[in-house]
Write a protein that binds this ligand. Sequence first.
Ligand SMILES: Nc1ncnc2c1ncn2[C@@H]1O[C@H](COP(=O)(O)OP(=O)(O)OP(=O)(O)O)[C@@H](O)[C@H]1O
Ligand SMILES: [Mg+2]
Length: 262
Amino acid sequence: MRCIAIANQKGGAAKTTTTVNLAAALAEQARRVLVVDLDPQGNSTDWLGVVGAGRGVFEFLTGQASLADVTIGSTTANIDVVAATRALQGIERALASEVGSELTLRRKLRAPEAAGWDYMLIDTPPTLGILTLNGLTAARELIVPVETHVLALQGVAQLIETFIAVRERLNPELALAGVVACRVDSRTRHSADVVERLRGTFKGTMYRTEIRENIRLAEAPSFRRPILQYDPRSSGAADYRALAAEVLAQETDDKTSLRAAD
Ligand SMILES: Nc1ncnc2c1ncn2[C@@H]1O[C@H](COP(=O)(O)OP(=O)(O)OP(=O)(O)O)[C@@H](O)[C@H]1O
Ligand SMILES: [Mg+2]
């Protein structure tokens, strides 16, 4: 199984949009995907049509429920969800007394039942708090969506520092799978400039696919369907299929070479 965290502490960077629609595009290619929603906002949970989950990430992390107990089928074939419920807002307090609380998710996922999927995609909140650190520590790979706006570049630099710190102190195996430019608006020079700067910095660790600005992607959550179902012919669907193809092509990559590339 490939375990990939989708992270960027900047709010609105397209983490959730990337998690849900990459999951759907991988599922379309017959991969079984588990989406773990570490964001108390629960946007991925809602978008994937999981309503009224009684238990989720909180109960799993606090040892009140097993992975099987909290895994819920979504409205999309091949995608299961571990939901963010309202209780997740209190996770900081719940884990405060635990030694090594950044490692909780990693430890729990070692259970043999975690082997039932081809991909685990972990959506993370817009902070560098305990939940994001749990995601980065449990994952083997990191995908960083970046909104193509100049204000986003600073945030990426900060995230890379966190990535390096996590690798040094908590999870030496973490590899940067790639940075993906999101909300690219080909009509503006500004957007193209930002993409160019990102490519200059990240070179081979940037996905070739650019996710274009597409209103259909913004509409899809209201219908609780990934873009591939909501509007399969939209540019958003095409872009996330292209991103999935690149991610699938990495299946054979040696993770140490992913590390060397960053
Ligand atoms: N390619 C796109 N085209 C149009 N709108 C987009 C695109 N990608 C994301 N959005 C919109 O941008 C906003 C932020 O996206 P999203 O919720 O995925 O970001 P996020 O990083 O998960 O945010 P948060 O930090 O709050 O979790 C949403 O309103 C979403 O619909
Ligand atoms: Mg989100």
